[in-house]
Design a protein around this ligand. Structure first.
Ligand SMILES: O=P(O)(O)OC[C@H]1O[C@H](O)[C@H](O)[C@@H](O)[C@@H]1O
Length: 431
């Protein structure tokens, strides 16, 4: 991955960061890098995620999915970090396997998704690091029941990825299901390059080695200066921009297949950095679609945003057919790829001309190698940003509160958080 931070410089944008400030910040980057390397060396919680390119064993993952090698569809049951990494990988890459991610408990939606699947040719991928997440466990029970009702033995078609203990681990043991371990020390949102993200990739027939090799190549770029390391250049620039008022980071890939990447990034950035009243709010956008929806705000609204573009070489192009309509004739000389590129360049320039900070992330094409590198780089950028903010990047205590309240409401134990639901202040306006 390459990064271009030119349009985030104070000479070009407001807010922006001056070259001199970046050089001062680079001293903190050097210290943070030492801390990160130490954490990786000692396999400390969280930092261990950056060791995944060497730790993950593709053969083990392929062996676990062997029993479902005939699958025409894959339903992944997981949420947050146990779903978004896998979804990012399989949505980005071409495959004949139909993939469904059950990461919500909307009953209508779940029923429709299950009805559309050929269950006798469908594999189930259940993922939960803790093995206790209510949404995931509930959805798994619903999926099992659907298989039972269709007369398909779900125990023959299920792969479990979870921690060392917990209800999901017990269930896998009880039914002797093929199971893989969420690696120790790796929080869910940093686990895309482990079994958590790669079981789905394996079922879809993607090149697991290339994903890890791309990540390993980015690991080699981690260095004590943001000017030598694209991942750190991005993390440090986003942090510096936030410090100067860009509290929102709108991530805008220019590829339909990378839309899920923006969702994955949003969890990574929000859960890792959003603590101690600090953090930058990630916003999901998509080029070119959102040029016609959000761009007005980005260019002319409050100066509180960084726009992060992600561009990739297109794998396949398609000419725009010629037409006799005079005003449209110019399109006939171009391809859709040319149009996409021109729209990106025009949008980037339009923000720059209005002095709005933006950063460009570039990958060569959308394939396993580049994708592995992109995911790894963003994780490293996030870990660096966490060091600069001085927050605990690898915890998410604020998420636990609502989890406990939900459990209390459903009679899953005594949780005082559940009382807050009854104590809600109302000021209703009714029709
Ligand atoms: O993998 P699980 O334990 O099921 O957790 C799934 C997700 O749920 C939680 O609420 C956390 O905030 C996320 O970081 C996590 O990725």
């Amino acid at each position: 991955m390459n990064v271009d931070i030119g349009n985030a410089l104070a000479s070009e944008a407001s807010p922006g960061v001056s070259r001199a400030s970046l050089e001062r910040l680079d001293e903190q980057v050097a210290e943070a890098h030492e801390r990160i390397e130490r954490g990786m060396e000692n396999a400390e919680h969280g930092y261990e995620a950056l060791n995944l390119p060497e730790r993950t064993d593709p053969d083990e993952i392929r062996a676990a999915v062997e029993p479902v090698a005939d699958a025409e569809a894959l339903v992944t049951v997981g949420i947050g970090g146990s779903s978004l990494g896998a979804a990012t990988i399989v949505d980005a890459l071409e495959s004949d396997t139909e993939t469904v991610f059950l990461d919500n408990v909307d009953p209508d939606w779940i029923s429709r998704r299950l009805e559309s699947l050929p269950l006798e040719k469908t594999a189930i991928n259940v993922v939960s690091r803790s093995g206790t997440t209510a949404e995931t466990l509930a959805n798994f029970l619903v999926v099992r029941e659907a298989f039972d009702s269709a007369g398909v033995d779900w125990t023959e078609r299920t792969i479990v990825t979870t921690g060392d203990a917990g209800p999901l681990c017990d269930l896998a043991d009880r039914h002797d299901l093929p199971s893989l371990k969420v690696p120790d020390g790796v929080p869910g949102r940093f686990s895309a390059l482990s079994a958590v993200g790669m079981v789905a990739a394996a079922v879809c027939g993607h090149d697991l080695e290339a994903l890890l090799e791309g990540a390993a190549a980015e690991r080699e770029t981690l260095a004590g200066s943001l000017f030598d390391c694209p991942a750190y250049a991005y993390g440090a620039t986003a942090y510096a921009l936030d410090q100067r008022g860009a509290g929102t980071n709108a991530v805008m890939p220019y590829a339909e297949s990378l839309e899920t990447f923006a969702e994955w990034f949003a969890q990574l950035w929000a859960e890792s950095l959003g603590k101690d009243e600090l953090g930058q709010t990630p916003v999901r956008a998509l080029g070119v679609t959102d040029q016609h929806s959000q761009l007005q705000l980005y260019r002319a609204g409050p100066r509180d945003k960084l726009v992060t573009f992600l561009i990739a070489g297109t794998n396949e192009d398609r000419p725009i057919p010629e037409t006799q309509v005079e005003d449209l004739a110019y399109l006939g000389d171009s391809t859709l790829g040319d149009l996409l590129k021109a729209e990106f360049e025009a949008t980037e320039a339009s923000l720059a001309a209005a002095g709005r900070p933006n950063v460009r992330l570039e990958i060569e094409q959308i394939d396993e190698y580049e994708l592995g590198g992109l995911l790894y780089s963003m994780e490293a950028a996030c870990v660096l940003a966490g060091e600069l903010y001085g927050v605990n990047t690898f915890e998410q205590p604020a998420v636990e509160w609502a989890k406990k309240a939900t459990r209390g409401l459903l009679g899953g134990g005594e949780f005082e958080e559940a009382n807050a639901v009854a104590e809600k202040t109302e000021l209703r306006v009714e029709r």
